[in-house]
Design a binder for this molecule. Structure first.
Ligand SMILES: Nc1ncnc2c1ncn2[C@@H]1O[C@H](COP(=O)(O)OP(=O)(O)O)[C@@H](O)[C@H]1O
Ligand SMILES: [Mg+2]
Length: 280
């Protein structure tokens, strides 16, 4: 955060205090996303309770927890999708590189471009070819340059580890691909918008183990270009793909830390009981 925002300091103690403050701010400035006291509702039902979490750039963060604990809702609060549900409400702040995505002056469309989303079930546009599926967002955003579109389509399909399988049949319908390929096509479609953050909601839950492992592999390569948050109820998957893990329960964030620590040495009893399969 800008140093000029700090109030002038007069006394030594205050200077020292302000250093602590600065360190804290520097720590925050290394976060791609800062979630501050986020509460989320569906009508009168509170689904998220005072969530605070800092997401590190170019990392993979897993949200885990039993069904209904609020993983999807939290994910959808991170790119302004939650508010699209009728009756849904959110309070708190989500800072993307320091910018509050809920600021009144912010256009949610821009946020969805910077923070992309991949859903549980692969959902390619049914009438479009592979190529057009990937290019759809670009065209919608007024990109006309055919060579540029071509380059981005290729680059996105490579990023989604699908290029080699489809490069000779880009005109085939997207829905003619296998389930795993369709999910990678959806990842390519999200990447084409060149997002900074990619949210993935149980992206492999509809896929077989081989197709899932391909997605896991590409996730770990993708962290070089995007910050990734993945919701999974597969704990082995969280342990394999993520750098950081957040464990949620009944709308609360119970524990958050390095994935190794969460799985090997959880601080909270509830986390320990969940990861050792005592409830689910
Ligand atoms: N569209 C909705 N309308 C009403 N309640 C919802 C809706 N979506 C989710 N919920 C409720 O919010 C809570 C959190 O759900 P969700 O975020 O989907 O959990 P998870 O992804 O961890 O399974 C649950 O109690 C769920 O029933
Ligand atoms: Mg969910």
């Amino acid at each position: 955060m800008a140093v000029e925002n700090l109030a002038p300091v007069e006394k030594k103690e205050q200077i020292e205090e302000s250093f602590v403050y600065l360190d804290d701010e520097i720590e925050k400035s290394h976060s791609k996303l800062v979630v501050k006291d986020v509460n989320g509702w569906f009508g009168s039902k509170q689904a998220l309770k005072s969530i605070n979490i800092n997401i590190k750039p170019n990392s993979v963060t897993a949200f885990i927890g039993p069904s209904g604990c609020g993983k999807t809702t939290l994910l959808r609060c991170l790119n302004r999708m939650h508010e699209m549900t009728t009756g849904a409400k959110i309070t708190g702040e989500v800072l993307l590189d320091g910018l509050n995505i809920y600021d009144k002056a912010i256009n949610p469309v821009i946020i969805k471009r910077r923070i992309g989303m991949v859903f549980q079930k692969p959902n390619p546009f049914p009438t479009m070819s592979i190529q057009d599926n990937v290019a759809a967002g670009l065209k919608l955003n007024g990109v006309r340059d055919r060579n540029l579109i071509q380059d981005i389509v290729e680059d996105s399909l490579k990023g989604a580890a699908l290029w080699n399988e489809v490069k000779d049949e880009l005109d085939k319908p997207g829905v003619s691909l296998s389930g795993g390929q369709q999910q990678r096509l959806c990842i390519a479609r999200a990447l084409a918008m060149q997002p900074e953050v990619l949210l993935m909601d149980e992206p492999t839950s509809a896929l077989d183990p081989l197709a899932s492992s391909k997605i896991e592999e590409l996730i770990s390569n993708l962290r070089e270009r995007v910050t990734i948050i993945i919701v999974t109820h597969n704990m082995q998957q969280a342990a394999r793909v993520s750098d950081f893990t957040a464990f949620m329960y009944l709308g609360e964030l119970i524990e958050y830390g390095a994935t190794n620590q969460i799985f090997k040495n959880p601080k909270k009893d509830l986390t320990e009981r969940y990861i050792s399969g005592k409830f689910g």
